[in-house]
Design a protein around this ligand. Structure first.
Ligand code: BGC
Length: 392
């Protein structure tokens, strides 16, 4: 089902490419719709001329990267490209070797979702020397001149949405953004992603900018005192590490005291499930209705979507990987047709050496009551998958 679903998503991207080319190309000004394309500028329209594209993904332990990899691969193949798709088990030397190999094998373009955004300098220099365009996929590659384009979501806004969903769960806000009935004060704990992933910093900045006014006025308190990303980050986004940190926080700050815990900011569904396990094991209840703190998330992973439907996890952020894959394909095709992809942001993503032209997509907050409209009606997950919590 996964594979079929992504083929459908990418088929429509491919069709849109063809249509855009017929219409003179250069769509993409329109929207972040899956069927939109940034097209090529510079006089040439995207034409499938074949070639080899290396696609480097970080890991298969999270379903989103498998979906991303499959969607990019099948969409490129549909346009007549050969694809070398590799996953690196979250191991930096493995990813570096895979990219070296892609260059040696004659890749004409590289699409890279990095593990450590600063660790690929020599690979990128080799790519530049061989005139191979490099597209950073979802995660910015830092500290290098040799990154040509970046496709991603509005990562700061993802963080704002994560914090907003926490405020909604606590009753301080309503889903429409208006003020909620609750007044607090509430106790929360904070988690951030992996420090070597540039996105983790954007998510946390967006979330903290949103929560800070509530902390300043005393509506929210962080009883552990751990608010700095140096204290809250989880290396490589590991679920077990998040579970362990939550257990440690309970022991140090909550167990045997009368301090209550009402909410936890979590930036990724895998971490959320580790946090929820720690809370459930400590006797907080199985659902929010029976005492489990409000826990946020990201990625709309199927196991978490089921937990949201069950009232266990409170929310997640849906980033449609089909749309991201479609943008990566459009950008690759633009380069290989001799043009340039069209950016919709040329200011935000400074990688330490230059501002990388970017194409940003929008994301949505998923609550129990919009799973159907956001995830099922769009064909991302089926009703049966939401019910079972397993991708078919
Ligand atoms: C991605 C998130 C993902 C996280 C962990 C980030 O770079 O943007 O969607 O949850 O990595 O895989």
């Amino acid at each position: 089902m996964m594979v079929k679903k992504f083929l459908i998503g990418v088929a429509s991207a491919g069709m849109a490419l063809t249509l855009a080319a017929c219409a003179g190309g250069g769509a993409g000004e329109s929207s972040d719709d899956a069927s939109s394309t940034s097209g090529a500028t510079g006089g040439s329209e995207p034409v499938a001329e074949g070639g080899l594209v290396g696609v480097a993904m970080p890991t298969q332990t999270s379903e989103r990267w498998i979906a991303d990899g499959e969607a990019v691969e099948s969409g490129l193949m549909e346009l007549g490209y050969e694809v070398d798709l590799q996953f690196a088990n979250d191991d930096i030397p493995t990813q570096a070797n895979q990219i070296d190999q892609m260059i040696t094998n004659g890749a004409d373009a590289l699409i890279i979702a990095s593990i450590d955004g600063t660790a690929l300098a020599s690979q990128l220099a080799a790519a530049a020397a061989a005139d191979i365009p490099v597209i950073a996929y979802d995660r910015l590659i830092r500290d290098s001149e040799n990154v040509d384009f970046y496709v991603t979501f509005d990562n700061y806004n993802v963080g704002v949405q994560q914090a907003t969903s926490l405020l909604v769960g606590l009753g301080l806000l309503n889903q429409d953004g208006s003020e909620g009935d609750a007044t607090g004060p509430f106790n929360i704990e904070l988690f951030a992603g992996s420090l070597d992933d540039n996105n983790a910093h954007f998510f946390y900045a967006g979330a903290m900018d949103t929560l800070q006014p509530y902390i300043d006025e005393g509506t929210l308190t962080v009883p552990s005192g751990q608010t700095d990303i140096e204290q809250t980050n989880i290396l490589r986004w590991q679920q077990e590490t998040a579970q362990k940190r939550m257990e440690d926080l309970l022991t140090s700050t909550y167990t045997g005291t009368d301090t209550e815990l009402h909410g936890v900011l979590s930036p990724y569904d895998g971490l959320s499930r580790g946090i929820i396990t720690a809370l459930q094991n400590a006797g907080f209840g199985t659902t929010v209705a029976d005492g489990l703190p409000v826990v946020t998330g990201q990625d709309a992973e199927i196991a978490s979507v089921k937990l949201i439907a069950d009232g266990t996890q409170f929310a997640t952020i849906f980033k449609d990987t089909r749309k991201l894959a479609a943008q990566a394909i459009t950008a690759t095709d633009a380069y290989l047709a001799g043009g340039e992809p069209e950016a919709n942001d040329t200011e935000t993503y400074d990688n330490g050496v230059k501002v990388v032209p970017s194409y940003l997509l929008e994301s949505d907050i998923v609550y129990a009551d919009n799973i159907q409209s956001l995830l099922v009606d769009s064909g991302y997950w089926t009703e049966a998958e939401v019910e079972s919590g397993v991708a078919e």
